[in-house]
Design a protein. Structure first.
Ligand SMILES: [Zn+2]
Length: 315
């Protein structure tokens, strides 16, 4: 079983791993008939009658199709939007009514600036909007845009927030449980399809990134994953922010992994991140691999100690 898991992860990890990195650094995979000038990177996986995952470069995208509309969850990068829309059109011609952002990182909201002209509203946590406003203040006015119009929650990230969308008889639940990957994460659930998009609260295939400087919290992440693991139904399909579509057993394993990291920190009080990384049984968790250009064992343990930035920073 371990071999099977490792093999499937290796295959999957080759696809969407442009996480937080330069989009051009990612491998491309074309299964759509996009025009020559459109980056051919998208691949669609059907998860339920009305729910899909779209892989490309950057964070995984969710697609929900209701009786009259489509809903997108995240949108990767601006330059990939034509290919993304083409991928959506390969399964439905219904208009995209809502775009939901799971959080504010550029590989999840980069397409907002283009898609805002095509959707009725962009929906995200209040801190996603706040983060984007701050980041866009540095840009030329002409390059700004794509801010969420509908913001749930408050700037106090510890305040839980929930929004239920009722669209053509399909319920879509947005849930913010506190600081985790960032200070503005939402989990998106489609109960009728037993599908959940967990955004970057869930990394599979590589070590998770906790954006400490963006209000994220390793302790909060562990608590959220443990909470979801306690109530997620058997048979649910989970879209992680990065990695292959998976299920409850993978989430339970992820919970165990995070709790092992947490326990290692507590059992070795006073040790710094390099010492913690060196003494942790990394071989016991082959599903989570370090990336020298992104999250290493040292940066993960640094985040677990409450120190940023939680990832390797470029000079
Ligand atoms: Zn992220």
């Amino acid at each position: 079983m371990r071999v099977l898991i490792a093999a499937s992860l290796m295959a999957a990890v080759a696809l969407p791993l442009a996480a937080h990195a330069r989009p051009s650094a990612a491998p491309a995979l074309a299964l759509t008939s996009a025009p020559a000038e459109t980056p051919k990177v998208h691949r669609i996986e059907k998860l339920a009658e009305n729910a899909y995952c779209i892989f490309g470069q950057g964070g995984n995208i969710g697609l929900i199709v209701t009786a009259k509309h489509a809903v997108l969850i995240d949108d990767q990068f601006e330059r990939l939007v034509p290919g993304l829309v083409e991928a959506v059109r390969s399964v439905t011609d219904k208009p995209i009514k809502y775009l939901v952002n799971t959080h504010g990182h550029g590989d999840h909201v980069g397409g907002n600036v283009v898609l805002e002209k095509q959707v009725s509203a962009i929906i995200a946590h209040a801190n996603v909007r706040r983060r984007m406003v701050t980041e866009q203040a540095k840009l030329e006015p002409a390059k700004r845009g794509g801010l969420p119009e509908l913001a749930l929650g408050s700037e106090d990230a510890t305040e839980r927030a929930r929004l239920n969308i009722h669209l053509d008889g399909t319920e879509i639940h947005l849930l913010h449980m506190g600081p985790g990957h960032t200070n503005g994460d939402v989990i998106v659930g489609i109960p009728s399809a037993l599908v959940m998009h967990m955004g970057d609260l869930f990394f599979l295939g590589m070590l998770p990134y906790v954006d400490v400087e963006g209000g994220g919290s390793f302790e909060g992440l562990v608590a959220q994953i443990a909470s979801v693991a306690a109530w997620i139904p058997d048979g649910a399909r989970i879209i992680p922010g990065h990695g292959p579509v998976c299920g409850k057993k993978d989430l339970l394993r992820y919970r165990d992994f995070l709790q092992a990291v947490q326990a290692h920190v507590k059992a070795n009080a006073g040790k710094d991140a390099p010492a913690l990384a060196a003494s942790f049984d990394t071989a016991a968790w082959p599903e989570w691999k370090p990336r020298p250009d992104f999250v290493t064992w040292e940066t993960l343990f640094s985040a677990a100690l409450g120190k940023g930035p939680g990832r390797v920073t470029r000079p």
